[in-house]
Ligand binder design. Structure first.
Ligand SMILES: [Zn+2]
Length: 405
C-alpha cells in the first residue's frame, strides 16, 4: 500500500474510533466496542489475537453543586470520586505545613494555591508516585474531612489541556471531592469558617475492559518486537491524537506487515488504561510477563501522533548501537520523520522501567508544546486536528525500521 492509500485508510479508521465510537473511557460500552472493533480488524489482517479482561470501574456524574448562604459556586465532580451530600464548616488550606497542623475532621476543606498546583498521582499508580503526593493523601485520609473542594489553575504538564483540572482523579481515594476554577476558589475563600453545602452526584460502577494483543511470526525462541498504543481516552474527549491515531498506526502496521516474514516475532499491543487512574491494562501486562521482559528486543510506542502542524518524531530511548544505527538509516531515507528528544509520559516508560529500550513515536508539535498545549484530554482533540499523511508516514517508518532488522 502506498502513502496515499494508507492515508485514506487511516481516515476511515479514525472516523470509526473517534466519530462513530467517540469517547472511550475505561469501563464504558464505547471502550469495549473500540477494543472489539480493533480486535476484529487485526484478525482480518491475519493476526492471531488474544484478549485479557480487566476489572475496572466506570464512573458517572449528574453534576455537583456548592452553596453558602444561598450563593452558588461552580464545581465539578472529580473524576472517579465518590459522590456526597454534606454540610459543614469550610476550612481553607494552601500548604502542606498548614494541613499538618490543622484539625480537618468533619470539615469541608478548600484546597487552593500551592497545595493544589499539580495533579496528585493516584494512590496505586505504579509508574509515577512522588513521596510528597503519598504524604498529602495520607494526611487527608487520616484527617477525616467530610469532603474536599479543590481550586486549580492550568497545568498542561500533568493534566493535559484541561482547566480547571481535577486535583484528584483516583478511584482508590475515598474522600469525596469536587474541583473548581482558581478564580472561583478565590471567591469561596471569603466564606472560610461559614457553613457550606456540597452535593456531588457521582457514582462508581464495577465494569470490565480489555487489552488486546495480536501476534505474528513463528520464531518462538527469538526476541520479539512489541509495538504498543493505548485505546482509552479521558472522560469528555473523542481522543483523536490521544490516541486514536496510535491505534490507527497499529492497524495500518497489521496490514503492512501481514505478508512479511520478519526476522523477529512481532506483538501488537492495544493497551487499556493509559489515561485511567490505575493503568489496569499496563499493570496486567507487567504481571503477565513478569521475569520475561528480557525476551523483548525493543518497544515502539505510539501516542500523540499525526498532529496537523509539524512533522512526526521518533524518539529513541536507551537503544543499543545497532538499533540506533538502523533507526538513523530509516530517518535519513524518510525526511518527513525526525529524531525527537526523549519524553516519558507514555506506555514506553513501562518498558524502559523493565530494562527494555524503546522508540516513542509522536508529533513534533507535542514534544515542543507538552508544557503548554490545550488540546489533549479536552473536547478539542478531534479528527479535525489530524493530518492523515503524518499518520501514514509513522506506519511506513515503523514498517521500514522493522524490515531492516
Ligand atoms: Zn496518550
Amino acid at each position: 500500500m502506498d502513502k496515499k492509500a494508507l492515508s485514506e485508510k487511516s481516515k476511515l479508521q479514525l472516523q470509526v474510533l473517534c466519530s462513530e465510537i467517540g469517547e472511550r473511557r475505561v469501563g464504558s460500552d464505547a471502550n469495549r466496542k473500540a477494543t472489539a472493533y480493533t480486535e476484529s480488524q487485526l484478525k482480518e489482517s491475519g493476526w492471531q489475537t488474544e484478549t485479557t479482561g480487566l476489572s475496572v470501574i466506570d464512573w458517572q456524574t449528574d453534576g455537583a453543586a456548592l452553596t453558602c448562604h444561598g450563593l452558588s459556586f461552580e464545581v465539578f465532580s472529580s473524576q472517579y470520586s465518590l459522590g456526597c451530600l454534606v454540610e459543614g464548616e469550610l476550612l481553607a488550606i494552601n500548604t502542606v505545613t498548614l494541613l499538618e497542623k490543622t484539625d480537618i475532621q468533619d470539615k469541608i476543606v478548600l484546597l487552593y494555591g500551592e497545595i493544589a498546583t499539580q495533579q496528585i498521582a493516584p494512590k496505586h499508580f505504579p509508574f509515577w508516585n512522588p513521596e510528597a503526593h503519598q504524604q498529602l493523601i495520607s494526611l487527608l485520609e487520616n484527617g477525616h474531612p467530610k469532603a474536599l473542594v479543590c481550586a486549580t489553575a492550568r497545568n498542561s504538564a500533568t493534566a493535559g489541556g484541561v482547566y480547571p483540572f481535577p486535583l484528584f482523579e483516583d478511584g482508590d481515594f475515598d474522600i469525596p471531592s469536587v474541583f473548581m476554577k482558581e478564580t472561583e476558589g478565590e471567591r469561596l475563600l471569603a466564606y472560610t469558617g461559614q457553613t457550606v453545602k456540597l452535593a456531588s452526584k457521582a457514582t462508581r460502577i464495577p465494569e470490565t475492559a480489555f487489552n488486546v494483543i495480536a501476534r505474528r511470526g513463528n520464531n518462538p525462541t527469538g526476541k520479539r518486537i512489541v509495538i504498543t498504543a493505548h485505546i482509552d481516552t479521558k472522560i469528555g474527549t473523542p481522543g483523536a491524537i490521544d490516541n486514536g491515531t496510535g491505534i490507527t498506526v497499529l492497524l495500518l502496521l497489521a496490514e503492512l506487515l501481514k505478508d512479511d516474514a520478519p526476522n523477529y516475532p512481532i506483538e501488537l499491543v492495544v493497551f487499556n488504561g493509559e489515561d485511567y487512574y490505575g493503568a489496569p491494562g499496563q499493570v496486567k501486562y507487567i504481571e503477565q510477563h513478569a521475569g520475561r521482559f528480557g525476551d523483548i528486543l525493543l518497544n515502539i510506542n505510539i501516542d500523540g501522533a499525526g498532529y496537523k502542524e509539524g512533522l512526526s518524531c521518533f524518539s529513541p530511548i536507551g537503544l543499543p548501537e545497532d538499533l540506533s544505527d538502523t533507526l538513523h538509516e530509516v530517518l535519513r531515507e524518510a525526511p518527513e520523520l525526525i529524531e525527537g528528544k526523549p519524553w516519558y509520559q507514555g506506555d514506553h516508560s513501562l518498558f524502559l522501567q523493565q530494562g527494555c529500550p524503546a522508540i516513542a513515536v509522536t508529533s513534533q508539535w507535542f514534544i515542543e508544546n507538552m508544557e503548554c498545549q490545550e488540546i489533549t484530554h479536552t473536547p478539542k482533540d478531534t479528527p479535525g486536528i489530524v493530518d492523515y499523511e503524518r499518520v501514514a508516514e509513522c506506519a511506513l517508518g515503523i514498517a521500514a525500521f522493522i524490515r531492516k532488522l
